[in-house]
Design a protein around this ligand. Structure first.
Ligand SMILES: [Zn+2]
Length: 92
């Protein structure tokens, strides 16, 4: 049986998904997904690449360029809006 991390890896090779979407697909807690994503990211070897599609503010269009964190920020640092499109991930 595939582990949670292997399932995440397999899903991200086929689709671009946010942590929340992964949590829904696998019926696990989002905190677990975020933890798993950290490990999957570290264990992804070339030529495969763990890609982060950064979160974006829906209000002012600010792009969260932070690439070291997998957690989606809750507030826009530019306009303080809480309407944020989540960061999404893929492997390819
Ligand atoms: Zn904003």
């Amino acid at each position: 049986m595939a582990t949670e991390r292997e399932k995440i890896e397999q899903l991200l090779k086929k689709e671009t998904l946010s942590a929340r979407e992964l949590a829904q697909r696998l019926d696990i807690d989002i905190a677990d997904v975020i933890e798993d994503l950290r490990h999957v990211r570290k264990s992804t070897q070339p030529p495969l690449k763990f890609k982060i599609h950064p979160a974006r503010c829906n209000h002012c269009g600010f792009i969260f360029k932070e690439r070291t964190k997998v957690k989606t920020p809750s507030k826009c640092p530019s306009c303080r809006s809480e309407s944020i499109t989540e960061a999404r991930y893929s492997i390819g």
